[in-house]
Write a protein that binds this ligand. Structure first.
Ligand SMILES: [Fe+2]
Length: 266
């Protein structure tokens, strides 16, 4: 708009220099408007010119792209779970994991499965469920405070770039966190977000904050659950594990029901 305004000003100067005209210029949100009033033979005549610049389309996805902000961040610097009492984001993440590790027991997970696998909380298409994630910021994520729907599309797009031949994987990446919508139905975030792990056996050493965040979890004192295999048989298979906060698990079960109607997954 500025460049056009400059040209119009030059045009006005030329007009003023060449004739006894009155020239009025107005720049509005809709365009540039020019009125030229000519005094000739005792009466005035007025001409109006309007220039409407071409409309540029804004791509809404450009508004929340985190890439430029993280362009110089080393890959090893992501998912930093180090402790810093003075960093509010790190403290938020640690608090979420602390609540998760304190409260996620075999009994709790069984109870939540009973409640959620009735599928009587709400009905939504995959798209509608994804759109709900517009209003969810994952409190366990140390790298971003953007709405979770962005994470969903980023995951899908990255899967498409890396494995273009596996369209089922792109879909899986898109919906991998769909179960987080449970947070909108009175489920605390610590129960649905964050890394996942089986309950009913010894907690893996690779779990974040593993060192002390399970302190006080009653399963740690239960000999049925606190051994390497706990309540499982060796090689029992992932399907037979009881997984904490299994957003993906819930999602798969949602899709198994949905797939009877409209989806075909490999
Ligand atoms: Fe995720």
């Amino acid at each position: 708009m500025l460049i056009y305004k400059k040209y119009v000003k030059i045009f006005i100067c030329l007009l003023r220099a060449s004739a006894p005209n009155t020239v009025t210029l107005k720049v509005s949100g809709t365009g540039i408007h020019l009125w030229i009033t000519r005094a000739a033979s005792g009466h005035n005549s007025q001409s109006k010119f309007t220039y409407i610049p071409p409309v540029g389309l804004i791509d809404p996805s450009e508004l929340q792209r985190p890439e430029p902000k993280f362009a110089d961040k080393e890959i090893s610097m992501f998912r930093d779970y180090s402790i810093d009492d003075n960093d509010p984001i790190k403290e938020r993440v640690r608090r979420t994991y602390r609540n998760m590790h304190l409260n996620q027991t075999v009994e709790f997970v069984r109870n939540r499965r009973d409640v959620w696998l009735k599928f009587n909380h709400f009905k939504a298409t995959v798209r509608e469920a994804l759109e709900k994630l517009n209003d969810l910021i994952d409190e366990s994520d140390p790298d971003t405070s953007l709405p979770n729907i962005i994470h969903a599309f980023q995951s899908a797009e990255r899967a498409r770039q890396e494995f273009p031949e596996h369209d089922w994987l792109h879909l899986t990446a898109l919906i991998h966190d769909l179960g987080k919508v449970m947070a909108f139905y009175d489920e605390p975030q610590w129960a649905v977000v964050g890394d996942t792990f089986p309950v009913g056996c010894e907690w893996g050493q690779s779990i974040v904050y593993r060192q002390d965040s399970f302190e006080g979890n009653p399963d740690g004192e239960n000999p049925l659950y606190n051994t390497k295999y706990g309540m499982y048989e060796p090689n029992c298979g992932v399907d037979n594990l009881l997984i904490r906060g299994a957003t993906m698990n819930t999602c798969i079960k949602c899709l198994s029901i949905t797939s009877l109607h409209c989806l075909k997954l490999p």
